[in-house]
Design a protein around this ligand. Structure first.
Ligand code: PLP
Length: 409
């Protein structure tokens, strides 16, 4: 939990929060899409470009060594953040999308054949659907879906019911970016492992709001994305359990991922290097390291507790709005809410009116069209909270919604 002094100090760390939008102070509630950056991250990236910049792994000069050290140190920061056993289990990526594609191409492609099955949940973001669809189109694998109950809860035993001797992977989100559902991935992993099936967990949303412990989960693959964690865009990581990493084959070829290159014979570096071809996003990864230090210093459990209090407050306030349609009321929910005014107004109009009052929410399908279809809508409005959001901002959202309702009535 944060006290009000601490919250004031935290908010000062994020310069953009002082911005005026349409003559109102910004209320940024689009964190599920991308979070704002603290000045610690902005400064670290600026300083790197200002006085420390060089390419990594290649040079023998001072700046290149410095850049390499700073860049490589982040691997340890990420490993500690998710409690990986070894730094070598961390593959740098440009974000979740690249991480899942990497598992699809570097692992699943050579481990699956026509007729083999992958189980997904209906809550998945397109990043955890489309790469598997490539395997369906190009290799003939089969995708099976586990649906939620009417409240947006996923039942782990529903995964068990879908498992056959053809199942080769379960890939599931730990937190829905649309409904805020917190999924019991540990139970799903236990079930999958009893049948020897590996599990990929999409922690894009969850890693920002709660502690991740890959050893406790015993997860096989896990992906995080830096820009949602107060870090720069184009930063992220794929965790791969060590025993599975040896089964990976290179996907992108180029500099930095090789052992030796001859005209007729090429050898590859060991993973994770083997999976990190070309000049990487150096400044971005350094910025991600600083972002992780920032949340670690605040404490993930305290962040969770604080956000929980804002979520409960929002749910209380929404009770007064009996005309507001809330999508999903899962048993365990993060501070992510999807809503609409039903037939009265399109979510896009809702978002435009809120924007007139400086309130940034998202409207659309949230890159989760199968879920939208399941909910029977094309779009919803989504307010997603971060560690710097306040109860006063919940009040502003509620006032904005009341205004929308009046305008459209
Ligand atoms: N998975 C989930 C649950 C998400 O919410 C998102 C982004 O909204 C992604 C995957 C994709 O992340 P990125 O675009 O950073 O790769």
């Amino acid at each position: 939990m944060f006290n009000s002094d601490e919250l004031t100090r935290i908010r000062k760390d994020f310069p953009i929060l002082q911005t005026q939008i349409n003559n109102h102070q910004l209320v940024y509630l689009d964190n599920g899409s991308s979070a704002q950056k603290p000045k610690q991250v902005i400064d670290a990236v600026g300083q790197f470009y200002q006085s420390e910049y060089a390419n990594v792994h290649r040079g023998l000069h001072h700046l290149s060594n410095l850049a390499t050290e700073k860049y490589e140190n982040v691997r340890g920061t990420i490993a500690r953040f998710i409690n990986a056993r070894k730094e070598s289990e961390i593959v740098y990526t440009s974000g979740t999308t690249e991480g899942i594609n990497l598992v699809a191409y570097s692992w699943a492609w050579s481990h699956m054949e026509a007729g083999d099955e992958i189980i997904l949940s209906i809550l998945e973001h397109h990043a955890n659907i489309v790469p598997w669809n490539f395997l369906r189109e190009r290799k003939g694998i089969v995708i099976k879906w586990v649906e939620t109950d009417q409240y947006g809860n996923l039942d782990p035993t529903d995964f068990e019911a879908k498992i056959t001797d053809k199942t080769k992977l379960i890939s599931v989100t730990q937190m829905s970016n649309v409904l805020g559902t917190v999924v019991d991935v540990k139970a799903i992993i236990d079930i999958a492992h009893r049948s020897g099936i590996p599990v990929l967990v999409d922690a894009s949303q969850s890693a920002v709001h709660q502690t991740i412990d890959v050893q406790d989960l015993d997860v096989d693959f896990l992906v995080i994305t830096g820009h949602k964690m107060y870090g720069p865009t184009a930063s992220g990581a794929l965790y791969v359990k060590e025993d599975l990493l040896v089964d990976f084959v290179p996907f992108k070829g180029g500099g930095d991922m090789i052992g030796e290159v001859g005209r007729d014979k090429i050898t590859y570096a060991k993973p994770p290097k083997m999976l990190e071809a070309g000049t990487p996003a150096i400044a971005q990864m350094i910025g991600l390291g600083v972002a992780i230090d920032y949340v670690t210093e605040l404490g993930m459990e305290r962040i969770k507790e604080y956000e929980e209090s804002v979520k409960n407050y929002a749910l209380e306030r929404f009770k007064d709005l009996n005309w507001l349609k809330l999508y999903g009321t899962p048993k365990k929910q993060a501070a992510i809410f999807s809503f609409s005014l039903g037939e009265i107004a399109h979510p896009h109009d809702l978002s435009t009116i809120l924007d007139q009052r400086g309130i940034a929410v998202r409207a659309g399908h949230h890159c989760a069209q199968p879920l939208m279809e399941y909910l029977g809508v094309n779009a919803t409005c989504r307010a997603s909270f971060a560690l710097y959001n306040t109860k006063e901002e919940v009040d502003k959202l509620v006032d904005g919604l009341v205004l929308c309702r009046k305008l459209f009535q």
